[in-house]
Design a protein. Structure first.
Length: 301
């Protein structure tokens, strides 16, 4: 095999600032690696392999699932491709496997952009951008989309990093976040109803050891002025935080990546929002929406 073949992950960009280093792939505008003091804060992706479990991908124009790949909007019914056949759903939007353009790249910041052109199932036109910026406070991420078409467009966004404490098994780690509601799911991982987290046995308002618990749920009733997820390894004292201001949060215990990290996905809407319309963003022509979040490391005894 020729050594000159292109990477399946597109352009590989490296960032550094202070005690942080990051790697970004242009395919999927993906966060491929983030380290603090030389230790992994997210489960990393290999440059030569297709990422497992949507590692670090940018999720637009919808996060999570659309049931049966079908939804109604503006009086019309649309169908997008089923991408997860086990659940018969359209998973994680349209841009995960697109090679985004590198708009600007510097030693500590990169911006990538792509045009979502009108297509069967999503006949709307969006210009999306993702900026990764490293600094003393960690990695700042902004996902922004503008409706450059002539009609209103349904929209949601998220990102899919797997937070990790140096790649140790998640079982001995603790997890903490302030959600008071969780969506129960059916066998297709589609939402059924919202219940108190305590009722579902998924209350992490105080730090709890994950143990062998399997989680793949959306959480709501988060503080509107912002919130943080804390993932901590008591053995080493290493911790990682994700801070955001978003109405929804998906937590996944990372079975697809060997439970070396927990997927922490700040979401602008819950799963299947294209059908439920719960917190669905409707972008009018010329309107822009931005989701921001931050990941940083910490030490705690």
């Amino acid at each position: 095999m020729s050594a000159n073949l292109p990477s399946p992950n597109g352009t590989v960009l490296t960032l550094a600032a202070g005690e942080y280093e990051a790697t970004v792939f242009s395919v999927g505008a993906s966060l491929a690696r983030l380290t603090w003091r030389g230790t992994d804060l997210v489960v990393p992706s290999s440059e030569a392999e297709i990422p497992t479990g949507y590692l670090g991908k940018t999720l637009v124009p919808w996060p999570n699932r659309i049931a049966d790949g079908r939804y109604e909007f503006g009086g019309a019914t649309y169908e997008v491709p089923i991408t997860e056949h086990a659940t018969r759903t359209a998973l994680h939007g349209l841009a995960c496997w697109v090679d985004w353009d590198v708009v600007d790249a510097g030693p500590d910041e990169v911006t990538l952009s792509t045009m979502l052109v009108p297509q069967y199932g999503y006949p709307f036109q969006l210009r999306s951008e993702v900026t990764y910026r490293l600094g003393p406070e960690g990695l700042q991420v902004a996902i922004s989309s503008a409706n450059v078409g002539a009609t209103a467009a349904p929209y949601g966004s998220s990102s899919h990093p797997y937070l990790s404490c140096g790649l140790v098994a998640v079982d001995a780690c603790t997890l903490q976040f302030p959600a008071r509601q969780v969506l129960t799911v059916d066998e297709r991982l589609l939402p059924v109803s919202g219940v108190p987290t305590a009722q579902a046995g998924l209350d992490f308002q105080d730090a709890r050891t994950i143990g062998d618990r399997q989680i793949d749920h959306a959480f709501g009733e988060l503080p509107p002025d912002g919130w943080e997820v804390r993932f901590h390894d008591p053995g080493s004292g290493l911790g990682v935080r994700l801070t955001a201001r978003a109405p929804w949060l998906q937590i996944y215990s990372g079975e697809r990546v060997g439970r070396r990290g927990v997927a922490v996905e700040p979401m602008t809407c819950p799963p299947d929002a294209f059908n439920s319309t719960v917190d669905l963003v409707v972008l009018q022509p010329g309107e822009r929406h931005t989701l921001r979040f931050r990941i940083d490391g910490f030490r705690a005894e």
